[in-house]
Design a protein around this ligand. Structure first.
Ligand code: DQA
Length: 147
C-alpha cells in the first residue's frame, strides 16, 4: 500500500506558526512520526509540501497509478481552491481531508471547504494526531476496498 501526504501553504512553518493553534511540532516531526507508524505496518508514504497551488496540482497529477490513497491538509487552499478540488477528482484517488485545528470553530471563511464533499472523510481539530487518525481511516477504507 502506498499513500501520498500533501501539505499546503504555510504548513512548512508548523512548530513556529501560531503554536497555540497548530501545536509545537514541526512538519518534519509530523511526517517522521507518520512514516515510522506506516513502516511498522508495511505502508509507504510519500510526503510533499508546497506553498504554491500549481505545484500541489502537479503533485496530485503525478500520483496517478502510483498511489492508493491521499491524505491532504490543503491549508488555506481548502477554503479557496477549485483547482485542488479538480485535481483530486481528476486523478480519482480516494482522499481524506485533514486539519490540525477545527476550522468550524474559527472564522466563518474557514467553514467552507472545496474538497470535503468528495472526501472519504474529514479529520480536524486533533492537532498532529489528526494526521494519524486520517491515515488510520484511509487505510481501513483501502483494506476493505481491496478485500
Ligand atoms: C489548517 C486550517 C486552515 O484554515 C488554515 O488556513 C491552515 C491550517 C489546519 O490544519 O488547521 O493553514 O488547514
Amino acid at each position: 500500500m502506498r499513500l501520498l501526504l500533501i501539505n499546503g501553504p504555510n504548513l512548512n512553518l508548523l512548530g513556529k506558526r501560531e503554536p497555540d493553534l497548530y501545536g509545537s511540532s514541526s512538519l518534519e516531526a509530523i511526517e517522521d512520526s507518520l512514516q515510522l507508524k506506516a513502516k511498522e505496518i508495511d505502508v509507504e508514504i510519500d510526503c510533499f509540501q508546497s506553498n504554491f497551488e500549481g505545484a500541489l496540482v502537479d503533485r496530485i497529477h503525478q500520483a496517478v497509478d502510483k498511489v492508493d490513497g491521499i491524505l491532504i491538509n490543503a491549508g488555506a487552499l481548502t477554503h479557496t481552491s477549485i483547482a485542488i478540488r479538480d485535481a483530486l477528482l481528476a486523478v480519482n484517488i480516494p482522499y481524506v481531508e485533514l486539519h490540525l485545528s477545527n476550522p468550524y470553530s474559527r472564522e466563518s471563511f474557514r467553514q467552507k471547504s472545496f474538497i470535503a464533499d468528495r472526501a472519504l472523510g474529514v479529520v480536524s481539530g486533533f492537532g498532529m494526531m489528526s494526521y494519524q487518525l486520517a491515515m488510520d481511516g484511509l487505510l481501513s477504507y483501502l483494506r476493505e476496498a481491496t478485500k
